[in-house]
Design a protein. Sequence first.
Length: 622
Amino acid sequence: MDLFGFLSMLGGLAMFLYGMDVMGNGLAKISGGRLERLLEKLTSNSLKAVLLGAGVTAVIQSSSATTVMVVGFVNSGIMKLTQAVGIIMGANVGTTITSWLLSLSGIKSDSFFVRLLKPSSFSPALAMLGVCFLMFSKRNKRQDAGFILVGFAILMSGMETMSGAVKPLADVPEFTGILMLFSHPLLGLICGAVLTAVIQSSSASVGILQALCATGAVSFGIAIPIIMGQNIGTCVTAMLSGIGAHKNARRTALLHLYFNLIGTVLFMILFYLLHGLFNFTFLDEPAGAAGIAVVHSVFNIAATAVLLPFSKVLVKLVCLTIPDSTQSVEPEQEKELMLLDVRFLDTPGYAVKQARNAAVRMARMSRKMLKYAVCLLHDYDGETMKKVIRLEELTDRYEDELGSYLVKLGSRDLSEKDSYMVSMLLHCIGDFERIADHSLNVAQAALELKQKRMEFSRKAKEELQVYSDALREIVELAVDAFADENCEMASRVEPLGETMNDLYRKLKKRHVERLRTGECTIEMGFVLSDLTTNYERISDHCSNVAITLLQLGTDGYEVHEYAAELRREDKATFQKYCREYHEKYMLSDADHVENKQRIIIENEKQGTNTKCKTESTCKEQV
């Protein structure tokens, strides 16, 4: 082989590896995280897990990606170690589909229809179709399909180029001499393991071996040990992903290694014992691309069939290797944050789903915190106050970790839908964190009332209760609309926000009138002002969430401009909702006038021990 032949081989190898990467990324994007969600759910029994692992790996063309995903599942607590065994075994079976696709390049026949099956015949057409999808289609699914088709064409072209470049090596004695060294089982095993560990893809290393078969110098005696080693080398990716993870994730990576190691040792011992007894003559025959695919498939299927009944033994073995520690069990909230695993970033569609789930939990925590805080105004309790403080700390942590995760996710190659979702989540988590902050302010106002033994007048309590009821509803609407992506529910938030703005103005006006008549003190006025201001801010953040949700898929995020546009576009519906909420949360003006006339007499009768009418049901609402 001269210099130009060597450069041609390197170019073919580069095209082969790049094509495999492009095709795998396209397949992962077009799945949109659905395959990962299947892995998460459909692992109730071992056989189903094996079939599922094989199917997912066959689709995404990477056993390493499947295994790393499973490590992430176990690390996050989504999946148990016993459920992971079957998927890992199935991944080894599913990865053999690549070798069968590559074996098509070795088809030789004069028949027109048989020649059509040869990749060099149909891959140019696939490449052209893929380029048309990429250049002329605006639909994301077609563009992803374009990447898959172009990636496959590049992959097969690289395979053809490599095979053509290494053919002259058949006449080089030094090359055939080196290959003969690998006929020794141990050397072949080490070679296959090292090659696969370096490129971190058993499919790619098997493809390289299939390309070398074009020289005719690779016999089955050389190929079999190398294929065995490739199954061990592919474990490196999972082992690296387990570094720094929790013990169950490390056990999962080790489980992958033990499965391939034990399977390889058993196969090698049995195969060479039988070879010593029966002298397999086919070991000296040249191995073609199809022969490599057969050996690869037979080994992985046989290893899975033999070791699947002993899956619990494998689990016990890894548990003995990495024993349980005496550390305390992590709180439930810590486990929830573990769902934001960096391993999921390699499959962005699934990572977006996990981020959204975490954001929904954060939203519901903010809602729960507000309910606790409002109840403290009517019935102060120290334990409830501790819950409010704990929830506020937790929402702060959620915002920090979720925000960092979403920023990392935003740098990945996302579909248009996922990109909009990441933007929407980044906007909304800030609003939910601010809702939690204002809820803490409400709880602190309740504490101040308790410590100073102050109490609102009966009329102020009734008005504040109406305002509180409206606040609870707007938060419920915003959180539920966000959790369910319900645009109809989100469209109700802004009209209710308008009603709350009216309530805010009326409460301030009526408080000033009570100050003039002496019913309310200046100090109580400060507390009421703080409460109504925090209520009004929470209402604004709920409107931000709803409008951001309604804007999903549009270019801008100017909330106030979009709110004005909503009023103009659907004025009748907007006004209908406004009337509905004004009637529901209307303060009685007649009552207010009468109250002004008799306020001093009522003050004397009521005293300072009047309780809010909803006090008895406050805890039930939480």
